[in-house]
Design a binder for this molecule. Structure first.
Ligand SMILES: [Zn+2]
Length: 285
């Protein structure tokens, strides 16, 4: 029979132990040095998940084709929206504005320091559960179908993301930071380490695709290994490789691929450069 008095000290010990475990978990979450690195990820998983849900909702939208101009999207009424990122804080800052103003739209370079050009136009279409740039449809289709013939299930879980949506997500994060006690002037900078500032996500072009479950361990899958070996044949490259973090300023994202066309994709694989490095080498010529 259970004797409360006899077991009291054991129960108390367990309670104390449970308390320290909970405190430990909370402390680990707060002080984890990996956290900043992970949250610096431009493709912040919350965005992708939210976007994924949104894209599912958008399936019912009768307008399945829309032409998006980046410029029209930045004219919001929120002051946060209108501030175009201007910090040149990346370790290897490279100015691609000259390149972006005259290159083929499929070859635009977008990152933290190089926002999408205001006059960037793309035809965005529905594709499976996401939206994509119409120019990638055939190659994406062929890639997914050829992989399927080998029994591999590759599917897009995030594609085009509007500047408006990124703005909404960013402003939401700014408000969250303010609630946490950050002053207005620093709240934006802190928010930018978690959610990419509007106009600085490659997903605005519809040329970037996040495949499958958007997981850090996607690199362990057969699907990833097939993509690494074959994606260039269809015009896609792994955009944020593990050994190029210092240049891309984005953590290794095994799920994020970028369309740049077959010829260039194969050339980049041959050189072993990442996208920023390759375009920089072309600009120097
Ligand atoms: Zn992505």
């Amino acid at each position: 029979m259970f004797n409360y008095k006899e077991n009291k000290k054991y129960i108390l010990s367990y309670l104390i132990l449970a308390f320290f475990i909970v405190v430990g978990i909370i402390a680990f979450y707060i002080f984890n040095p990996q956290k900043n690195l992970l949250t610096n990820n431009l493709d912040n998983m919350n965005i992708n998940n939210e976007n994924y849900i949104k894209n599912k909702d958008e399936k019912n939208n009768p307008n399945n084709t829309e032409t998006i101009s980046a410029s029209k999207n930045i004219s919001g009424d929120n002051s946060v929206v209108q501030k175009i990122p201007s910090e040149k804080t990346s370790k290897n800052y490279i100015d691609f504005s000259g390149w972006n103003s005259s290159c083929n739209p499929a070859l635009v370079v977008i990152n933290k320091d190089n926002p999408i050009p205001t006059n960037y136009n793309s035809k965005i279409i529905d594709y499976k559960d996401v939206k994509i740039n119409s120019i990638i449809k055939n190659d994406l289709d062929n890639m997914i179908n050829d992989a399927a013939k080998l029994g591999l299930k590759i599917y897009p879980s995030s594609g085009y993301r509007s500047v408006e949506r990124q703005t909404m997500l960013f402003n939401k994060q700014v408000s969250k930071c303010k609630k946490q006690g950050y002053k207005s002037e620093t709240a934006e900078s802190v928010a930018a380490t978690v959610v990419a500032r509007p106009r600085t996500s490659e997903h605005h072009t519809g040329l970037a695709i996040d495949f499958n479950e958007i997981r850090d361990d996607f690199y362990k899958t057969k699907e990833y290994n097939w993509l690494i070996k074959n994606a260039a044949e269809y015009g896609f490259i792994l955009r944020y490789p593990k050994d190029k973090i210092d240049t891309t300023n984005v953590i290794y994202e095994p799920w994020h691929f970028r369309y740049i066309g077959k010829e260039l994709a194969k050339e980049i694989i041959r050189t072993g450069l990442c996208y920023e490095e390759y375009i920089e080498s072309i600009m120097k010529k």
